[in-house]
Design a protein around this ligand. Structure first.
Ligand SMILES: *Cc1c(COP(=O)(O)O)cnc(C)c1O
Length: 461
């Protein structure tokens, strides 16, 4: 054995302690550290020939790389839709590496069963009933990809071809209809061979990002019975608007389509009694995308794709080989997702659900919504800032007065980042350059909102 490996093996408990100390210090400082980094990345160095052992690597990391990491796990990072990591989820994530299980198939371990238990808990949390089965993937992009891949196979079934066998070319013209789809849907359609051009935007009512139901029905009607895919959106990134899922599902009585719901973060709105209405009809979907590293606050990277048609899912993703066996009635995960070998991705989620349950996660959802509302009310009063949409859930979308608006937005985003007190990201909403402040971290409190509001006020002056 290499001497450095042998030495590390002999000192494993001490190494883990040293790592724990670094982790504890990093997390203890996550609320006070600059939210966005101000230091440049270090110059790259060549590959070490012998290496410096784990403790050497730890010191080297702490010196060269750690200073440039953002406090995105902290309470005032409001860019994109960035979840933090609950204490229990971090414990679960660490143990994922310690046990280093391959969740692709049982292989003499109960690890895959733990994933099934966790998927069952998530289905309960989202009130999906028994008709759906889930599988872990790396993020909502992959969950959208997998859900749409199953939808593509369904289109083939309707047209009497197997796309998994014959390729996407066998389908001919395909229409994917959606109101305000996430960019990852375009990417998924590119990867699926359906093409970005297969996505046909459906109008949304003025001032809304939800699909216009009458316009959607009209588009479906124009297809004259040809099956399509509808991507319904449960939580848009700019203004967290929701399609009327129940009403869209109803349209399947009249028109043949695969209903995929992108509920990356919005699916969790149902945890709050006040907002449960927004996800009514979610369980009717044929496939559903849910991110876990956003509002559920587990570390990157984790998401789930749910579907009612596991048979079609197996057709797409099956990986039959002599040494792996054929997928049976209860197919292993390697027959259900793009990955074959993979980590026990469920463990962090298992830990957070075991630790905090439904009520703990309801608290995170309700508290972050309250924080967004509070900031929304402040922005509404601050001179120079203007809300572009009501704060529907956990995102505040606003613009900066001034000319040109794009430059003013860029300036405020930059000043906020430079302050080190908060971090927001730019967007364009309804053609207007804008700023998004997205609340999805379990640590955020109303006291943080006061700091964020003051930072915005100073940056917009
Ligand atoms: C974040 C997001 C995605 C993509 O998720 P990743 O985890 O970045 O792959 C898709 N849809 C919606 C609505 C999102 O918010």
């Amino acid at each position: 054995m290499h001497p450095k490996l042998a030495a590390d093996l002999g000192r494993l408990p001490q190494l883990l302690d040293a790592t724990r100390d670094l982790a504890a210090a990093a997390l203890a400082g996550v609320e006070s550290r600059p939210v966005a980094t101000r230091s440049d990345a270090p110059a790259r160095v060549p590959l070490p020939v012998d290496g410096s052992g784990a403790e050497g690597a730890l010191a080297w990391f702490a010196q060269r790389w750690q200073p440039g990491f953002s406090a995105s796990a902290g309470p005032r990072y409001l860019g994109f839709v960035t979840g933090g990591a609950t204490p229990a989820s971090i414990a679960g994530d660490w143990l994922t590496s310690v046990f280093d299980q391959n969740a692709a198939s049982p292989g003499g371990s109960s690890a895959a069963e733990l994933e099934h238990e966790t998927l069952g808990w998530l289905a309960e949390l989202l009130e999906l009933g028994d008709a759906h089965s889930g599988a872990f993937v790396t993020g909502a992009t992959t969950a959208n990809f997998a859900g749409l891949a199953i939808g593509r196979e369904w289109l083939g079934e309707r047209r009497g071809v197997s796309v998994a066998q014959a390729g996407a070319g066998a389908l001919g013209h395909v229409e994917v209809l959606s109101g305000t789809p996430h960019s990852s849907v375009h990417k998924a359609l590119s990867m699926l061979g359906l093409g970005r051009d297969s996505l046909h935007p459906v109008p949304t009512p003025p001032g809304r990002e939800s699909v216009d139901l009458a316009a959607l029905a009209e588009r479906l009607d124009a297809l004259a019975g040809r099956p399509a895919i509808v991507v319904a959106n449960a939580g848009t990134v700019n203004t967290v608007d929701f399609d009327d899922l129940a009403a869209i599902a109803e349209l399947r009585r009249r028109y043949p389509f695969w209903l995929h719901v992108d509920g990356a973060f919005g699916a969790f709105a149902g945890l709050s009694a006040e907002h449960a209405d927004r996800v009514r009809g979610l369980a009717e979907a044929d496939s559903i995308c849910v991110d876990l590293h956003k509002w559920l606050n587990v570390p990157y990277d984790a998401a789930v794709v749910f579907t009612r048609r596991r048979d079609l899912q197996v057709r797409v993703f099956q990986n039959a080989a002599a040494y792996l066996g054929r997928p049976g009635d209860d197919p292993d995960f390697l027959h259900l997702v793009p990955e074959n070998s993979r980590r026990l991705r469920a463990l962090a989620t298992w830990f957070t659900l075991a630790a905090y349950g439904r009520s703990g996660h309801r608290d995170i959802v309700e508290r972050t919504i309250a924080c967004a509302r509070k900031l929304g009310a402040v922005v509404d009063r601050l001179p120079g800032l203007r809300l572009l949409a009501p704060v529907r859930l956990n995102v505040v979308c606003f613009t900066v007065e001034g000319d040109p608006a794009e430059d003013r937005v860029a300036e405020v985003v930059r000043k906020v980042a430079e302050s080190g007190a908060a971090f927001v990201t730019p967007t364009v909403y309804d053609g207007i350059p804008a700023i998004r402040a997205a609340f999805s971290n379990w640590r955020t409190t109303e006291a943080d909102v006061d700091v964020i509001a003051e930072t915005l006020r100073a940056a917009a002056q």
